[in-house]
Write a protein that binds this ligand. Structure first.
Ligand SMILES: Nc1ncnc2c1ncn2[C@@H]1O[C@H](COP(=O)(O)OP(=O)(O)OP(=O)(O)O)[C@@H](O)[C@H]1O
Length: 235
């Protein structure tokens, strides 16, 4: 049995917008395991991003407890969460947030310059299949290539976990598959525990574990005995 990396117990999240209370998470008990790639599926508003943000230390649970290995995230204050994110978590979002005036290499170096034990920016870009585009600027790259630069930036500090919120949401099938191949290569070669939110149910086929959300709860979890290659996924 692989080690547990994330464990949540009765996690709720209520957004109180004054007039209205939104129950985004209604009691999540979940475990994510070392080295696995998990896909989080579910209708819009079912709580996927809210949970990912709590696991990544970007947001606080309203109730319940969350552990990253032995570290209880729900016991940390903002400074503790900042340190946790810096040391352990890579994020990838739907939009790439690259600095337009910096090359691919320089965008990654923004992180490697301040990380404790980073890989070289060139190595990170090689891993996502962009070793030949080091000196290109974001405007010279396709959406899929820009997303792969963002992935290289996220993994260059060698985070133990990589949390991805709709990483292919803005991409067509062909470039989206290249992004999925980059995520798989990282999961395979670095063993990075990876969680991917998607609306695209086809992507579940490349996962070790598929977590289905419904109304702020985990409706079910499926374990895939075999995974199919991203190149065999299309949409
Ligand atoms: N900052 C916020 N303030 C108020 N309500 C919020 C906030 N963030 C999320 N919500 C609400 O919480 C619920 C869960 O949202 P969440 O973004 O986690 O869902 P999701 O499954 O990731 O949806 P999507 O697939 O559309 O991104 C939704 O009803 C959403 O409107």
């Amino acid at each position: 049995m692989p080690e547990i990396v994330f464990r949540t117990q009765g996690v709720t999240k209520v957004y109180d917008t004054g007039e209205l209370k939104v129950h985004a998470l209604a009691g999540i008990d979940l475990e994510l395991f070392a080295g696995e790639l998990s896909v989080l599926l579910g209708p819009s508003g079912s709580g996927k991003s809210t949970l990912l943000n709590i696991l990544g230390g970007l947001d606080h649970a309203t109730e319940g407890r969350v552990w990253f290995r032995d570290l209880e995230l729900t016991a940390l204050g903002d400074r503790g969460l900042t340190r946790y994110r810096r040391d352990h978590v890579g994020f990838v979002f739907q939009f790439y947030n690259l600095v337009p005036s910096l090359s691919a290499r320089e965008n990654v170096q923004l992180v490697t310059d301040i990380a404790r034990d980073p890989m070289a920016a060139e190595e990170a870009l090689e891993m996502v299949g962009l070793g030949h585009r080091l000196d290109h600027f974001p405007a010279e790259m396709s959406g899929g290539e820009q997303q792969r630069v963002a992935i290289a930036r996220a993994i260059a500090k060698r985070p133990e976990v990589l949390l991805c919120d709709e990483p292919t949401g803005a991409l067509d099938s062909k470039t989206g598959v290249q992004v999925l191949e980059a995520l798989k290569a990282i999961n395979d070669t670095l063993g990075t525990t990876t969680a991917v939110i998607t609306h695209n149910a086809m992507i579940r086929k490349m996962a070790h574990r598929v977590i289905y959300f419904q109304d702020g709860r985990v409706a079910r979890v499926e374990v895939n005995e075999a995974q199919i290659a991203p190149s065999e996924i299309s949409w």
